[in-house]
Design a protein around this ligand. Structure first.
Ligand code: DGL
Length: 270
């Protein structure tokens, strides 16, 4: 048993979709979340900038006495996971490996799609992982840079013509490839599940990378006898820009109200 909290970070609010899953499957855990809303989006940045930001995010989180860290950001997971794992004394869990395992297991035709940020697609991390798991898989990757800002604006519901138009433009070519499984390779995208599901059709299974990372975290902690034991865990949220904005949008991602639990910090100090 280990009562210390789990740290989770993302470039912004998207990682809260992973927190939602962590809280669902591990309700006894305490969670400390950092969303770098002052510098979101990360998805169009170069690797050196990403590494600098990710190291600061991790340094801030590890100022708490944590037992593990979940990188709830596809862009950081695809570009910086190995560096952060090597530099941190803690278990650091990214989204790529768990999501690829799930997609490989789900796909019947062996044709798998990936929708992610530009930096995630450019890194080739998903393709490499799929190749390692099963070299026969055909992987079609697609960068969807407009998804993150639209989701951060709350433009994510069916009926919103802006997001529906953008999503159709991005995803129809992927549908024509005949994929039967689509990895939503960015933690913002689960909020677009209904919009994306409508475009891809009922025959395409969607993989939520945050949910898969949460499951991988539980598995790892349980193997190490590191799960917490208390009736109900709690969560604290930190952001690098206006706490009021974070608070307003967080309920959309989390499905619960975070009033009074959000603090703003200066990430440049870490
Ligand atoms: N949630 C981040 C990811 O999974 C968003 C990327 C961004 O900030 O552009 O990649």
């Amino acid at each position: 048993m280990n009562q210390r909290p789990i740290g989770v970070f993302d470039s912004g609010l998207g990682g809260l979709t992973a927190v939602r899953q962590l809280r669902r499957i591990m309700p006894s855990e305490n969670i400390i979340y950092f969303g770098d809303t002052a510098r979101v989006p990360y998805g169009n940045r170069g690797r050196e900038t990403l590494l600098k930001y990710a190291r600061q995010d991790l340094r801030f989180l590890t100022s708490f006495d944590l037992k593990a860290v979940v990188i709830a950001c596809g862009t950081v997971s695809t570009n910086c996971l190995e560096d952060l794992q090597a530099e941190s004394g803690l278990p650091v869990i990214g989204v790529v490996d768990p999501a690829c395992r799930r997609a490989a297991a789900l796909s019947g035709t062996g044709r798998v799609g990936l929708a992610a940020t530009r930096a995630s697609v450019a890194s080739g991390a998903y393709e490499r992982t799929f190749r390692r798991l099963d070299p026969r898989l055909e992987v079609y990757s697609l960068a969807c840079p407009l998804f993150v800002p639209l989701v951060e604006e709350g433009r994510c519901r069916p009926g919103d013509r802006v997001i529906e138009t953008v999503a159709a433009e991005y995803l129809l070519p992927l549908r024509e490839r005949g994929v039967d499984t689509l990895v939503l390779g960015c933690t913002h995208y689960p909020l677009l599940t209904d919009v994306i599901g409508q475009i891809m059709g009922p025959g395409v299974q969607l993989v939520d990378v945050g949910a898969e990372a949460a499951a991988a975290c539980r598995e790892l902690l349980s193997q190490r006898d590191g799960l917490a034991c208390r009736p109900q865990g709690g969560a604290s949220y930190y952001t690098s820009d206006r706490a009021s904005d974070f608070q307003r949008l967080a309920s959309l991602f989390l499905g619960e109200d975070v009033a009074g639990q959000v603090q703003e910090i200066d990430i440049s100090k870490y």
